[in-house]
Design a protein around this ligand. Sequence first.
Ligand code: CS2
Ligand code: MG
Length: 403
Amino acid sequence: MKIIDARVVISSPGRNYVTLVIETESGVIGVGDATLNGRELSVASYLRDHVVPLLIGREANRIEDTWHYLYKGSYWRRGPVQMTAIAAVDIALWDIKGKVAGLPVYELLGGAAREGVMVYGHATGADLDELKDDFRKHLDAGYKAVRAQCSVPGLSKTYGVPPADGRMYEPASGSLPQQDVWETTAYLDFAPRMMEAIREEFGFGVHLLHDVHHRLTPIEAARLGAALEPYRPFWMEDPTPAEDQSAFRLIREHTTTPIAVGEVFNSIWDCQQLITERLIDYIRTSVSHAGGITHLRRIFSLAELYGVKSGSHGAGDLSPVSFAAALHVDLSIPNFGVQEYMGHREPANEVFHTSYSFENGYMHPGNLPGLGVEFDEKAAAAFPYDPKYLPVNRKLDGTVHDW
Ligand code: CS2
Ligand code: MG
């Protein structure tokens, strides 16, 4: 069954998404997500200019071969652009395989290894009272795991806390990046108080997560991990800049707080040391930025060998196509940990018709053949691309800091 057409659709139903549509000679269509937040057009061009011409005429059923053809064939391997582009092709081909077989993708991956996928939502607040209100809303909605982020007193803007005007906390609007302000001392003093306030109010019966967003040095992260221990966090996410794998050894030596990292990784090579030296507890690579279902499964298999669990990135800047693909993987692997679920803003559901469901803190990808997401190209055309940047973070003296 040959591929006869492949096209890239860039749309902005609530936020920007790049979607790859692959069409086969038998009429079966597959969709993949190629969104790289703030750098969308680079992946669109990689696909349109360099990958689509290679796909036409290829056998749609040869997923593994196509993966290596695109990865090794380019010579210039890895990086977020190439790996997001390959992911989009890979996800679309799994969608096609499922539709041809008449089975949901998770069945092709070995079938369900659990009844549902535990997801965590985001609770945020401009102060502790607001955070507690939002946390309670998540518990009322049935969440078993919740991430807590709160404005740091003294800082005008904190990661993870949306502006008061109802916009999401990322990406910034406008043609230039928004500038955030950062001060490590204030954060390190405040973060344990925030976690304490949540435990005092809600007890220990809920999984409590927190995202540091790559902002600390190893010794600062070690101090934070130790300070959080009494509140028994499910994980401390992205404590230090993720590209320095050996930094995690120092953190590990000082704390038993579980560590999660990997949303910015794009291959197994980015986490090889972290996993094989048991420096982390959860690997957060996503299906759309780490080479698709084929490569993500490879990462999770390596992780399984070393007792590391999955905890995939699932922010709103990954499209519903990615999210569905993530749920199929999550349902089928033995070492599933948790899945991030941020949801998608309206009018995303006018463009992406999904079949996944949420019940009592657990999600299921549904049982439609393939991924179970239908992409409405006509509806997408009504929401043209809207260029936006992620924020840039500076310390109080103006030095550019990690974001
Ligand atoms: C975040 C993301 O979900 C998370 O844990 O770190 O929201 C991240 O900032 C964005 O995906 C960047 O585009
Ligand atoms: Mg994060």
